[in-house]
Design a protein around this ligand. Structure first.
Ligand code: HEC
Ligand code: HEC
Length: 379
């Protein structure tokens, strides 16, 4: 009897059309899907230092950066620190739809877990390194509104910080230009943020089981999440953009959200981000990169502004995504189910005409939406 049942399952599996389920409610993955799942690991990814940051991976710099991250004195008037918007207890994101700086901002603060694996930083990719991303915050009138004078002075005046700084960089901040001290502070902050790497998850065990061909281990993964994975790597084509171990291809895309801002005007996203990164004195082509060959700067050198970039936003990495609600650049979607529903009911008229179209309305059933959410929750 057992033999016959096993045979029946085998036959079912062999005859299963794409999307079919085996008897126990578990999906049957195609070879292409198995390969796609395997390419989302292994996790954690191997460590590689950032060549543009001389203190990348230096434990003392990480400690200094940790301290600076929580220090409100880096901002004019001492009113906010990085942790005001990137809260450690919320995976370094926050639960507000849009951040509150000196005024209400127009974008949602992304979580900083696994931020070191990004190619561009900011929802618009307005900076090309992790360290210049802090400088953007320092200089922004709506955020820190500080800059070289204030930060240089702080590092020179606070005895403790000054000693710690000197131990890391081998130079006294009081004897440097404010600009140099500011850039080095940003590099220490980056060294700290590089340590924010998320733990292995249920998904990683599932991915390893698939990569190893271990069916017993594969069966430990919950059936609803497995059906969600089938949608993510199959019909949904989600992995085309949410690609690789960190679940982002490092690029930008338009997902058909409204670009009109509540207070008037539009958020052009990547279109303005490209202009910003190209014109910044702190980009990887500039004098502050520690990478003598500018090996990391190619992406910036060959950056082209195309009409397609209008309204594109950075593809978020999805590890730990259940902890960073609300979602999207404007925080307009409150829950993961809302995000999945957005993809399910996508309004094609809102997407730009050019570019190849991966996204199409998926028209998912309620139980499929629940499966996809169950999958996302295992990341
Ligand atoms: C007032 C709230 C606020 C403060 C304070 C703030 N951030 Fe942010 N952060 C944001 C928002 C909003 C974004 C998205 C920026 C954009 O696209 O315009 C962001 C983006 C980032 C990014 C890019 C992440 C990614 O995935 O692309 C990094 C890194 C970052 N912040 C680090 C910091 C650090 C370090 C500090 C302190 C020096 C800081 N932030 C202070 C709100 C804030
Ligand atoms: C064409 C590329 C592309 C495809 C395909 C795609 N996404 Fe996204 N995804 C994005 C971009 C870009 C954003 C951010 C949009 C924004 O900030 O406005 C995003 C945001 C998200 C978010 C919110 C993350 C956060 O931190 O805010 C989730 C969850 C998500 N996508 C899941 C999915 C799922 C599930 C699918 C398949 C049904 C999918 N994506 C398909 C590009 C894509």
């Amino acid at each position: 009897m057992i033999m016959i049942r096993a045979l029946a399952v085998l036959v079912l599996v062999a005859l299963a059309p794409a999307g079919a389920l085996a008897q126990d409610g578990r999906p049957v993955f195609t070879d292409a899907e198995r390969q796609a799942i395997s390419s989302h690991g292994p996790w954690p990814m191997p460590w590689t230092p950032d060549p543009s940051n001389r203190v990348s991976g230096d434990p003392d710099a990480e400690k200094l950066g940790f301290r600076l991250f929580f220090d409100a004195r880096l901002s004019a008037g001492g009113v906010m620190s990085c942790a005001t918007c990137h809260r450690p207890e919320q995976a370094f994101a926050e639960d507000l739809a849009v951040s509150q700086g000196r005024v209400a901002l127009t974008r949602n603060a992304p979580g900083l877990m696994n931020v070191r694996f990004r190619r561009w930083f900011g929802r618009d990719g307005g900076t090309d390194s992790l360290w210049s991303s802090s400088i953007r915050t320092f200089l922004k009138p709506e955020e820190f509104a500080s800059g070289p004078d204030l930060i240089g002075q702080l590092l020179a005046d606070d005895k403790d910080l000054r000693d710690q700084f000197e131990a890391v960089f081998g130079s006294d901040p009081a004897l440097q230009s404010g600009e140099t001290a500011m850039v080095l502070a940003a590099k220490a902050l980056a060294a700290f943020q590089e340590t924010l790497v998320s733990e292995r998850t249920l998904f990683d065990d599932f991915r390893d089981a698939i990569a190893e061909g271990n069916e017993t281990k594969e069966a430990i993964y919950p059936a609803d999440a497995a059906r969600g994975a089938k949608l993510f790597f199959g019909r949904g084509q989600c992995h085309v953009c949410h690609f690789g171990p960190a679940f982002s291809n490092g690029e930008f895309a338009d997902t058909g959200l409204p670009v009109l801002l509540p207070g008037g005007g539009v958020d052009k996203g990547r279109y303005d981000g490209i202009k910003l990164v190209r014109s910044s004195r702190f980009n990887l082509l500039g004098p502050f990169s520690d990478d003598p060959e500018h090996s990391t700067a190619g992406k910036t050198r060959y950056l082209d502004l195309k009409p397609r970039n209008w309204g594109e936003f950075s593809v978020p990495a999805l590890r730990g995504v259940s902890r960073t609600a609300p979602y999207m650049h404007d925080g307009s979607l409150a829950t993961l189910a809302d995000v999945v529903r957005h993809y399910s009911e996508l309004d094609l008229d809102r997407l730009h005409a050019d570019g190849n179209r991966v996204l199409k309305p998926l028209r998912l059933a309620e139980d499929e939406i629940a499966d996809l959410v169950a999958f996302l929750e295992t990341l």
